[in-house]
Design a protein around this ligand. Structure first.
Ligand code: OGA
Ligand code: MN
Length: 289
């Protein structure tokens, strides 16, 4: 059976038609990968995943899973599997986290534009975020199309940035927010270098590869590189490149961290519970089918 994809924005993001992702065939998995190449973000409503099923589907879709997360560095995972990242505002007692809880402060940094696991090598490829409980108020996730943003750069800028490489560090991006890891935690989060412009042979397209974690351009003096990064993020997050996802219970949203950035929108997280689980796959060469 063919999965239908309905575009939700002029350049990226689509909603998939009815499908149970626990039951997909190999051919449907390939349809989803192709749609990811085309749209960068896919929305699947009404999925029924327990933890194991979410992990299994993610592995089937894209191979190896990322587990060296910042939340893994600061606290033991509530689910006993570091590949299942707890994107919630709930503690082990089931209650909302206190304002100054370190897990909350680390988590709310998701409100700055970023892509997942850019501070690792291999970095993150797909992220699969599943809504297990949602608050009665809007608590959207917003996406930015980094391929469309690249396409709209002027020729001079494209030439200037073509060979640049960027050091990504979550220790840096959290520090900017006023949140510091201990030395022991830092040792688990050393950072990684990636090209600023990524090229994808499968689509022939190029993308800006940026995130809050982007600390410096290796080829430039630090302040100069920071200005370039800041301008590019400003450009890439202009209104026309953005799409906001309003969560429904049991939505699974998959995004490609190589071609999009995202951020959580603020809500009253000290009052309402919001519980999602995320699996991120590693950006490794795909096994030949
Ligand atoms: C994530 C993330 C945003 C949100 O899961 O990687 O950044 O809205 N989430 O929770
Ligand atoms: Mn994220």
């Amino acid at each position: 059976m063919k999965i239908e994809f309905q575009p939700l924005h002029p350049t990226f993001v689509a909603r998939a038609g009815k499908v149970d992702l626990r039951q997909v065939t190999e051919s449907q998995l390939q349809q989803i990968r192709d749609a990811m190449d085309r749209y960068g973000v896919l929305i699947f409503n009404d999925q029924q995943f327990d933890f194991k099923e979410q992990l299994e589907f993610s592995t089937r879709l894209d191979g190896q899973l990322h587990s060296k997360t910042s939340s893994a560095a600061i606290a033991k995972n509530r689910f006993g599997n570091e590949a299942l990242t707890d994107i919630s505002n709930i503690g082990t007692d089931g209650q909302v986290l206190a304002a100054n809880d370190r897990r909350r402060m680390n988590g709310i940094a998701n409100r700055i534009w970023h892509a997942d696991a850019t501070f690792e090598n291999p970095a993150g490829r797909y992220s699969l975020l599943y809504a297990r409980s949602i608050p009665p108020v809007r608590a959207d996730t917003e996406f930015a199309d980094m391929r469309a943003a690249y396409d709209e750069l002027d020729e001079q800028t494209r030439q200037e940035i073509a060979g640049y490489t960027v050091f990504h560090s979550i220790v840096y991006s959290r520090h900017v927010m006023g949140f510091d890891f201990s030395d022991e935690e830092k040792a688990r989060l050393p950072g990684a270098i990636h090209p600023l412009v990524r090229e994808f042979p499968e689509t022939g397209r190029k993308s800006l590869y940026l995130a809050s974690h982007a600390e410096r351009i290796m080829e430039l003096p630090v302040p100069e590189g920071r200005l370039v990064l800041r301008d590019l993020i400003e450009h890439a997050t202009r209104e026309r490149f953005l799409h906001s996802h309003e969560w429904r219970l049991n939505d699974l949203v998959i995004w490609d961290n190589r071609t999009t950035m995202h951020r959580a929108r603020p809500f009253d997280d000290k009052r309402y519970k919001r519980e999602l689980t995320r699996v991120t796959t590693l950006d490794l060469p795909r096994a030949q089918a």
